[in-house]
Design a protein around this ligand. Structure first.
Ligand code: HEM
Length: 414
């Protein structure tokens, strides 16, 4: 550790700088990469090498990550030189494209986020529980009526978050293939800049059309609320469309990956699965969802920031203009905060996990994601108590190449 503590900008590391992201160990699809956990055990602050050869800092510890995520000296602005891009897609996004509020600093960020805070409040989300239950039951009916084995990703994990976000925004579900395909491009590490530009252009155009539709014929949905703000001059039409694109995209890929990967984790831990399946206590179910969010830490490229000023942290100094990577996995597997972190224990109190980030950018959709996951795990396991994998775990295709970790397919039978 002592080596690392003396590092500052421009100095060479004492050892080789490891590549990031790091590979997971074969046969351990749920565990963070061993090299990442070793780094956490060795040092609070380390240089890592990214795909473009840059060497930002990686902050390993829970407390330090939390401090930086709520530090106004850390920027999310992709256009700033030195930003640690997770892929060429993000570097491209920094050129010209006006950012969504996920990549704006305050006060601009706060101005836009304020406009969508109320629709995502826990109370309003809870009112959606019956609709989420109905949608989940409908998809499970379809799966049960179809052939065996079924792909849980295609049958349930992908369509449920799409159905839910369509209902919330008020866009037709018939269009989901179009926006799912285009949103997915933005989350692939290997997408080309042309593909990204094209897909984000298509999505923006789609949202502009939808906003116009709402202006002419408002409904009881989030897009109509935004259209009202456009009409009153509060929000430019383009910004409203950008907001719609963000909500449409953020709303399904992340939750879809949690549905499939969480189900797989439960199937591989039958004692934990039994707790989720058999409980009538909403608190136990909610706790299980928090533990799955902690254990799986699906945002495996980490949250990214750029230091605007020199910051003393973890016994070292991050200089102004240097990139910072905050991988939720090392915070969520910090044994000081979560004893025996490698143990999936749905009865532990995991609410402090950082899977939804922390500070001003912490996930706006977390009440919705929690609701969906609570409904889906419990309904799936109750309605199909004999649910099991229809393949060897080693044959499951994992999303090592995504910004969000998950499985491309999950063959199940019953
Ligand atoms: C399990 C599912 C989800 C996970 C793990 C997740 C994770 C995250 C994380 C880590 C961030 C913050 C990134 C940062 O600090 O740089 C974030 C932000 C955000 N999420 Fe989620 N998310 C999930 C579901 C959702 C859903 C369902 C929505 C609903 C539309 C949503 C909407 C957003 C938005 C709008 C932001 C930007 C907030 C801001 O910058 O102020 N997310 N999410």
């Amino acid at each position: 550790m002592s080596d690392m503590l003396t590092h500052t900008a421009g100095e060479d590391s004492a050892g080789p700088v490891p590549d990031f992201p790091m590979p997971r160990a074969a046969g351990c699809p749920f565990d963070p990469p061993p090299a990442l956990l070793n780094l956490h055990a060795e040092t609070p602050l380390a240089r890592v090498r990214l795909w473009d050869g840059s060497t930002p800092w990686l902050v390993t510890r829970y407390e330090d990550q939390k401090a930086l995520l709520s530090d106004p000296r850390c920027s999310v602005d992709l256009a700033r030189p030195g930003f640690p891009y997770s892929s060429p897609v993000f570097r491209e996004a920094a050129k010209g494209n006006s950012p969504s509020f996920l990549n704006m600093d305050d006060p601009e960020h706060a101005r836009i986020r304020r406009m969508v805070t109320a629709p995502f409040a826990i109370k309003r989300m809870e009112a959606m529980r019956p609709a989420v239950q109905r949608m989940t039951d409908g998809l499970i009916d379809g799966m049960l009526a179809g052939p065996k084995p079924a792909d849980l990703v295609a049958a349930l994990a992908l369509p449920l978050p799409s159905l839910v976000i369509c209902e919330l925004l008020g866009v037709p579900y018939e269009d989901h293939e179009f926006f799912q395909r285009n949103s997915e491009v933005g989350l692939r590490r290997d997408a080309t800049p042309e593909q990204t530009r094209e897909s984000s252009g298509e999505l923006l155009k789609y949202l502009m059309d939808q906003l116009d539709r709402k202006l002419a014929d408002p409904g009881d949905d989030l897009l109509s609320e935004l259209a009202t703000r456009v009409a009153s001059g509060d929000l430019p039409r383009f910004e409203a469309a950008k907001l719609g694109v963000l909500l449409l995209g953020a709303g399904h890929e992340t939750t879809a990956n949690m549905i499939a990967l969480g189900t797989l984790a439960l199937l591989e831990h039958p004692d934990q699965l039994a707790v989720v399946r058999d409980t009538d206590d909403p608190k136990v179910l909610a706790g299980a969802v928090e533990e799955l969010l902690r254990y799986l830490s699906i945002i495996h490229v980490g949250n990214r920031r750029l230091a605007l000023e020199d910051i003393e942290i973890g016994g070292g100094t991050i200089r102004a203009g240097e990139g910072v990577i905050l991988p939720g996995a090392t915070a969520n597997w910090d044994p000081e905060y979560f004893p025996e972190p490698e143990r999936l224990d749905v009865r532990r109190d995991a609410r402090r996990h950082l899977t939804f980030s922390f500070g001003i950018h912490q996930c706006l959709g977390q009440p919705l994601a929690r609701l969906e996951l609570q409904v889906v795990y419990s309904t799936l396991l109750r309605r199909i108590p004999t649910l099991r994998l229809a393949t060897e775990p080693a044959r499951i295709p994992f999303k090592e190449d995504g910004l969000v970790y998950g499985t491309y397919e999950l063959p199940v039978t019953w």
